[in-house]
Design a protein around this ligand. Structure first.
Ligand code: NCD
Length: 340
C-alpha cells in the first residue's frame, strides 16, 4: 500500500475517493480516510473521523465479546518498536493485532537486544522493519521521532508516544472512555491533574478536546504547568479554561478527573522531581466531595497519585479505560490497513 498515494488525509467532502467507505450508522457515512496513513498527532482527527473510529471500536468490542477474534487482518504483520518502557500501549497493540488475526514483531522488551544497541539509526531500523511488516508502531524518547520514522517508512507509522510530545492513540481511547462512561463529551467539565508539562497524554487529550464545547481545568504544581504553546492553542480555541495548584478547587464540579503520573524520566534535575512527586493523591476523602456521576481516569501507570482504596469506587474508570485501549487500537489498525 502506497501511503503517499493515498493522501490527502481527510477528504470527506468529495464522496468516494479511492478509500474504502463504510456506513458507520444509518445517519453517518464517512470514508475510511485513515487507510494507508500515518497516525502521528491528534491534529489529524476531526469530528467525523472521531465518530468513525469510535463506532468501529464499538464494533470491535461487540465482536470480541461475542467470539474473541476475527480474521480481518490475517496475513498482515505489525512491527511494535518501543525505545521506552511500556505495558499497556504495547500489550494492547499486540492484543489488537492478534484478535484481528494478524501477526506481530514485538521489539518491546528493551531495544537493547536489537541492533539499536549496535548504533543503528531510527531511519535504518524503520526501513528494515518495513521489509517484514505492514504497519509500524513506534515509541521513542524524542519529540518528532514518529514524524522522522514516517518520513522514511513507506508503510504507515503509528506514534505510540514521542517523548513529551504526543500520544495520539491514548488520547483517542481517553476520549472514547469519556464518551462511553458519561454518554457525552459536549458540555463537560474536565480537570487534568499532575504533570501537565511533560505528560504527553495530557497534551494530546487537551488538543483533541478543543474540538468540543468543554470547560478545562489544569491542576499542577507551578513547575509542571501546561506548556505555553498548548495553553495558547487552548486560548485561541476560546475554550473556558483555568489553571490552579489545588485539586480542592475542581473536585466538586468535575465530570472527569484525569490524573497523571509525574514523569520522572523527563527531569534533568532529580531534586526537582523529588519536590513535586508526591504533590497529589486522590483518596476516598477527596472522592467524597466529587459528584455522584463523574469519572476518575488515569493513563497509568500510577505511582501514588490515586489511592488503591479509590479502585472500588464505581467512578474509578481507569481499568475500563485500559480495556478501551484495545478496542480503539483494533479500530485504528483495521482502518490504517484499509479494512473498513
Ligand atoms: C503513558 C505514557 O506512556 O505516556 N502511559 C500510557 O501509554 N498508558 C503515561 C505515563 O507513562 O505516565
Amino acid at each position: 500500500m502506497d501511503k503517499k498515494a493515498l493522501k490527502p488525509l481527510f477528504d470527506y467532502a468529495g464522496g468516494y475517493n479511492g478509500h474504502e467507505s463504510v456506513t458507520v450508522n444509518r445517519h453517518l457515512k464517512v470514508e475510511n480516510g485513515l487507510a494507508g496513513q500515518d497516525i502521528l498527532s491528534v491534529a489529524q482527527f476531526d469530528r467525523p473521523m472521531l465518530a468513525y473510529v469510535f463506532e468501529r471500536a464499538r464494533e470491535m468490542r461487540e465482536m470480541v465479546g461475542r467470539v474473541g477474534g476475527t480474521d480481518l487482518l490475517t496475513g498482515r504483520v505489525l512491527a511494535c518498536l518501543f525505545y521506552e518502557p511500556s505495558t499497556r500501549t504495547s500489550a494492547s497493540f499486540i492484543a489488537a493485532m492478534e484478535r484481528l488475526g494478524g501477526g506481530v514483531i514485538p521489539i518491546t522488551q528493551g531495544v537493547q537486544f536489537s541492533s539499536v544497541s549496535k548504533g543503528e539509526t531510527l531511519p535504518d531500523t524503520v526501513r528494515t522493519l518495513e521489509q517484514y511488516s505492514d504497519v509500524i508502531v513506534l515509541r521513542h524518547p524524542e519529540i518528532g521521532s514518529a514524524q522522522v520514522a514516517a518520513d522514511y517508512a513507506s508503510v504507515p507509522v503509528i506514534n505510540a508516544g514521542d517523548g513529551p510530545g504526543e500520544h495520539p492513540t491514548q488520547a483517542l481511547l481517553d476520549l472514547f472512555t469519556i464518551q462511553e462512561e458519561l454518554g457525552q463529551i459536549e458540555g463537560l467539565k474536565i480537570a487534568m491533574v499532575g504533570d501537565l508539562r511533560y505528560g504527553r497524554t495530557v497534551h494530546s487529550l487537551t488538543k483533541l478536546l478543543l474540538q468540543y464545547d468543554v470547560s478545562l481545568r489544569f491542576v499542577s504544581p507551578e513547575i509542571l504547568r501546561l506548556p505555553l504553546t498548548i495553553m495558547n492553542e487552548v486560548i485561541d480555541a476560546g475554550v473556558n479554561a483555568r489553571e490552579t495548584h489545588d485539586v480542592a478547587d475542581v473536585i466538586e464540579n468535575a465530570d472527569v478527573l484525569y490524573v497523571t503520573r509525574v514523569q520522572k524520566e523527563r527531569f534533568s534535575d532529580l531534586a526537582q522531581y523529588e519536590e513535586v512527586k508526591d504533590h497529589y493523591e486522590i483518596t476516598p476523602e477527596i472522592m467524597a466531595r466529587a459528584k455522584q456521576k463523574m469519572v476518575v481516569m488515569h493513563p497509568l501507570p500510577r505511582v501514588g497519585e490515586i489511592h488503591y482504596a479509590v479502585d472500588s469506587d464505581p467512578r474509578a474508570a481507569y481499568f475500563r479505560q485500559v480495556r478501551n485501549g484495545m478496542y480503539i487500537r483494533m479500530a485504528l489498525l483495521a482502518a490504517v490497513l484499509g479494512k473498513a
